[in-house]
Design a protein around this ligand. Structure first.
Ligand SMILES: C[S@@+](CC[C@H](N)C(=O)[O-])C[C@H]1O[C@@H](n2cnc3c(N)ncnc32)[C@H](O)[C@@H]1O
Length: 206
């Protein structure tokens, strides 16, 4: 999976939008590891929640030219950057300024991707729709993630796949248990220790 061209981005914009970092690239590497599996599934609709600069969904769109790719972000500037990253890499992307997936109709997406704001913070920090929304995850760093978990069964097709990035402080075992209750199995796709963070990508499927 190729890393999208990003030189079009004005670096000052990263004061307002999440700059791609090790977590973004771990997620791309995880999708790359899954590429043969995903090709066999022939996904038609893919959604990345919280696309930030758009590097992850653009990498996906470049690898799956026949898949219609969507993304959402609560940060309007992130939506504009995602759209621009896609067009500079010559792929089509429909980006919607939205809270999680609230406005999408049921059971449409074959692939769902989320690199959430995962840092433990006060709950109030989760109310941002600016740069703080990039990292502020509230209690256990899970408040935004847990909201999306509740929406996953509604948004995914019956054999859809959900890729989620977490760190150890988010207590991945608890997340797996929550998803098990919703009928999803979990597999670890990739993990990496980066500075003081242990990042993992988990795949959920029915
Ligand atoms: C850790 S950043 C990841 C950005 C990008 N996907 C990447 O991997 O580089 C989290 C992103 O989620 C967005 N976000 C946070 N809360 C959200 C919400 N409730 N709905 C949609 N997007 C949200 C943030 O604005 C930010 O762009």
């Amino acid at each position: 999976m190729d890393t999208p061209y990003q030189n079009h981005i004005d670096k000052d914009e990263f004061n307002y939008v999440y700059e791609p970092a090790e977590d973004s690239f771990l997620l791309i590497d995880a999708l790359e590891k899954e590429i043969d599996f995903l090709r066999k599934k022939n996904p038609l609709l893919c959604l990345e929640v919280g696309s930030g600069s758009g590097v992850v969904i653009t990498a996906f769109a470049m690898a799956f030219p026949h898949c219609l790719c969507f993304c959402t972000d609560i940060n309007h500037r992130a939506c504009l950057m995602s759209q621009s990253t896609a067009s500079h890499n010559k792929v089509f992307l429909e980006c919607v300024n939205m809270n999680l997936v609230t406005c999408f109709v049921d059971k449409k997406f074959d692939v769902l991707i989320f690199n959430p704001p995962y840092v433990e913070t006060e709950s109030n920090d989760c109310l941002s729709n600016g740069i703080v929304a990039s990292w502020a995850g509230g209690i256990k760093g899970r408040e935004i993630t847990d909201k999306l978990l509740d929406m996953v069964p509604k948004i995914l097709t019956d054999d859809g796949i959900f890729y989620l990035l977490l760190i150890k402080e988010n207590i991945p075992e608890e997340v797996k248990e929550i998803m098990l209750q919703k009928g999803f199995q979990a597999n670890l796709v990739l993990e990496r220790k980066v500075k003081n963070e242990h990042q993992i990508v988990i795949k959920f499927y029915r």
